[in-house]
Ligand binder design. Structure first.
Ligand SMILES: Cc1cc2nc3c(=O)[nH]c(=O)nc-3n(C[C@H](O)[C@H](O)[C@H](O)COP(=O)(O)OP(=O)(O)OC[C@H]3O[C@@H](n4cnc5c(N)ncnc54)[C@H](O)[C@@H]3O)c2cc1C
Length: 459
């Protein structure tokens, strides 16, 4: 089936969408605002589910050959003095991928741009939609060029300027900042795994993103530092001690001598992501804290779902509504899981500290528990029921941990306070998150295509 598509945004998701839709016979124009790759730091770690999707899109080989490295799972360390727990990806899942983000996007542009029916224009900013009644029928560029299309795919990232023109107002929460630091020539203690070091004011993620290159993504709560010197001091004194030697020295040296970026992290949640003639994909449709390295795996799920439905039915309203349903089936539990894990890893109150102790006790208890958590983390298992079952197990172990303090003759008053905090954080969080998610899960059956309002001022 042949149809015209305009993709707004030639970043990771836009190029993946172009690859997926061109496989289904679409003729595509990709409009990318920047002249080269996006200036801000973006994700570099893709779970096996995402890598398998890249294989389906015919991009996996080019990304590995172009400088990507295989990643085999995660190693999580609760504190400077404790052993890590290693959570491997399932053997059957295949490897994850670590790769420099600009290199990845440029490789995708080169590979997808060669495909029949695909044209990629850089320096081409979309500023408004072409409307035909309630239907979106194309986009207008800043230079006045108009591109008409049967389907507009909005992939302009989490700060999407086109999303509000559709009348979509997401829930946006500023969570923290991520400081991204590159370290060359050092080795990670647990080899080609993503590493999470806990104990500092925010979790530290480190992973290989090229041969002998490691990226640190350090989570800094809002307001803890301003300006480069303050960040360096904070990271050296409050974070680096939780990174084992000799990697710690390499991190401190890079912080002092190399440039690094601090990027705001948000959770952005949308209620609808499709309207007649237009869909949101990737971060334009929402995002969560980067701790679970999920954004690109989610984006690949978006584009494969979209290509499947429009490949079968064309870009009809029914097809776009089906895309919306499939997207939220996948995304909602991921949002819930990421929110919960970030709170537990940050452990900023006694309740979440107890939950963190429960998580490690659970992971150390069996291979099954590690596998179940990893399947959720990496998007292999997105059932809400599974998440709730796993969370309940962790909660039970956390409560046992608190009660065990009585055996160590902790004062009853302290234990009671600790238990109260655990119940408040554990249940309160779950209840709030479940309430929100349950509403959205129910809504997804009711959710019709969004109705686009009339003309808006240009972006
Ligand atoms: C600090 C941090 C760490 C992360 N780590 C990971 C990780 O390890 N693993 C993971 O899976 N995800 C991670 N993510 C998330 C991941 O980066 C995003 O999910 C991914 O980049 C989304 O791609 P995108 O193409 O949707 O958006 P973007 O990467 O933001 O790309 C949007 C593109 O649209 C272009 N554009 C914008 N406006 C217009 C316009 N009007 N017209 C034309 N073009 C336009 C931009 O120039 C850009 O090229 C991380 C995110 C952050 C912030």
């Amino acid at each position: 089936m042949s149809f015209e598509v305009v993709v707004v945004g030639g970043g990771f998701t836009g190029m993946a969408a172009a690859a997926a839709l061109s496989q289904r016979g679409a003729r595509l124009t990709v409009l990318e605002a920047a002249q080269s790759t996006p200036p801000q730091f973006r994700g570099e770690l893709i779970h096996p589910k995402g890598v398998r999707a890249l294989d389906v899109l015919g991009l996996k080989q080019a990304l590995f050959e172009g400088g990507g490295v295989a990643v085999h799972g995660f190693a999580v360390t609760p504190d400077a003095n404790q052993e890590a727990v290693v959570l491997p990806y399932a053997d059957t899942a295949g490897p994850g991928l670590g790769i420099d983000h600009p290199l990845m996007v440029l490789t995708m542009r080169r590979e997808v741009g060669k495909r029949p029916g695909v044209s990629v224009s850089t320096g081409a900013r979309a500023v408004d939609f072409v409307r035909e009644g309630e239907r979106i029928a194309g986009v207008k560029r800043a230079d006045g060029t108009v591109h008409r299309a049967d389907l507009v795919v909005v992939a302009d990232g989490r700060q999407s300027k086109l999303r509000p023109l559709l009348g979509l107002q997401p829930e946006v929460k500023l969570l923290s900042h991520t400081v991204a630091v590159a370290v060359e020539g050092a080795l990670l203690p647990w080899g080609m795994n993503g590493h999470v070091f806990l104990g500092a004011p925010g979790p530290i993620l480190a992973y290989p993103y090229a041969p002998r290159k490691i990226r640190f993504c350090i989570d800094v709560p809002v307001g803890l530092a301003k300006g480069k010197a303050a960040f360096v001091e904070l990271l050296e004194t409050k974070y680096a001690p939780f990174v084992p030697q000799p990697l710690r020295d390499a991190l401190v040296k890079a912080l002092r001598e190399e440039p690094f970026e601090a990027v705001a992290t948000h959770s952005i949640s949308t209620d609808a992501c499709a309207a007649p003639g237009v869909v949101l994909v990737g971060d334009a449709g929402g995002c969560a804290h980067p701790l679970t390295a999920s954004g690109m795996t989610n984006a690949l799920n978006d584009v494969l779902s979209l290509a499947e439905v429009v490949g079968e039915q064309g870009p009809s309203d029914a097809a776009l509504e089906e895309y919306q349903r499939r997207r939220y089936d996948f995304i909602r539990m991921r949002e819930l899981f990421t929110d919960a894990l970030y709170e537990v890893f940050r452990a900023h109150d006694p309740g979440s500290k107890s939950l963190q102790a429960g998580v490690f006790r659970y992971w150390r208890s069996s291979e099954r528990s590690r596998q179940a958590s990893m399947d959720i983390l990496s998007g292999e298992d997105v059932r809400t029921s599974r998440f709730v079952a796993e969370y309940s197990r962790v909660f039970g172990l956390s409560a046992l941990d608190v009660l065990a303090s009585l055996k160590r003759r902790a004062p009853l008053k302290d234990t009671t306070l600790q238990m109260r905090s655990l119940v408040k954080t554990g249940f309160g969080r779950l209840e709030a998150a479940m309430g929100r998610t349950a509403r959205k899960v129910v809504d997804r059956y009711r959710l019709k295509l969004h109705r686009v309002p009339g003309e808006q001022p240009s972006a």
